[in-house]
Write a protein that binds this ligand. Structure first.
Ligand SMILES: C[S@@+](CC[C@H](N)C(=O)[O-])C[C@H]1O[C@@H](n2cnc3c(N)ncnc32)[C@H](O)[C@@H]1O
Length: 287
């Protein structure tokens, strides 16, 4: 499946920080090293006093390294709310690697035409490998791709229990298959649809993973109870007012009877899973 062709200047035109440079300045060379972001503050691995921010990072904090043509997209939504607070507190860390810095020639080209012809452009293997090999990769290397294995809660849990992960955000028609294979990447899909790039998919994977890291969510119980934790969708929620537009809260939830409430939630979770996700229901029953 193909989008309209995306030219090699896609990133340069949309992201001023990625504009091709004639001769890399000292700052540009420094930028070739991964930058680390804590909340809204980006920190580069130099010996400058601002690196004192590094001290806010908890020892062995989960590390997300993101290879992208649009580093300015990160942390984006991950810098807000619970994930943003956890980032600022150093419970996890973010390295942004600008693929453009590893581009070739005057224009720092990162892509080229597809072998065998066809629409669009393909991210070059030599550019991607140079960006990957510039720093040790934490955990598995994930290539976001619509043809990858579908992402799910079990995958997020497994990722959260490791040291971190590296995310390669594709653009154009995708990534040269040779670097995917040579670097042992896992191709992972967010779902059966095609987005313009891997950045939003990477954010979704990071968000789902980071919230499983201990202390990121205030209430650990909520992770235990939520959808997919036990192979079922979650039961519906209600809150005040007790009567809204003529609709009442199910009586059992107001009964204060914990065993009956638990049983009701279990039955609702089973009913919803059977109705909406027969695939999950069959898997739970071992069919
Ligand atoms: C326009 S898409 C390429 C689509 C590719 N030509 C295809 O038909 O499978 C560009 C990039 O967006 C990312 N992407 C798009 N949809 C995705 C999805 N559902 N899950 C994960 N990544 C996705 C991938 O990184 C991909 O390389």
């Amino acid at each position: 499946m193909s989008d309209a062709p995306e030219g090699p200047d896609e990133a340069a035109s949309e992201n001023p920080a990625a504009a091709p440079a004639e001769a890399p300045s000292a700052e540009a060379s420094e930028a070739a090293a991964p930058s680390r972001s804590h909340g809204r503050i980006a920190v580069r691995p130099t010996r400058r006093p601002r690196d004192l921010m590094e001290e806010t990072r908890v020892k062995n904090a989960w590390l997300a390294r993101v290879l992208t043509l649009f580093p300015g997209m990160f942390p984006g939504p991950l810098g807000e709310s619970l994930t943003g607070r956890a980032l600022a507190e150093g419970l996890w860390a973010l390295d942004r690697v600008d693929l453009r810095e590893f581009g070739l020639g005057r224009h720092r080209a990162v892509d080229d035409t597809p072998a065998g012809g066809g629409a669009g452009m393909v991210l070059r293997a030599d550019v991607v490998s140079a960006a990957l090999d510039a720093a040790p990769t934490p955990g598995p290397v994930i290539c976001l791709s619509p043809r990858g294995r579908p992402f799910d809660q079990a995958f997020a849990k497994a990722l959260s229990e490791g040291p971190g992960a590296t995310f390669l955000c594709g653009r154009f028609e995708g990534v040269d298959q040779r670097v995917i294979e040579a670097r042992g990447m896992i191709e992972v899909s967010l779902g059966d649809f095609v987005m313009t790039g891997g950045e939003i998919a990477a954010m979704a994977l990071i968000d789902a993973t980071v919230r499983l890291i201990p202390r990121v969510l205030g209430n650990a119980e909520s992770v235990e109870e939520e959808s997919f934790s036990h192979g079922l969708l979650e039961a519906p929620h209600y809150t005040k007012p007790a009567l809204w537009e003529g609709r009442e809260i199910p009586e059992v939830l107001l009964s204060g009877h914990h065993a009956r409430i638990s049983q009701w939630r279990r039955e609702e979770a089973e009913r919803l899973t059977k109705e909406r996700r027969p695939d999950l229901w069959r898997a739970l029953r071992g069919e």
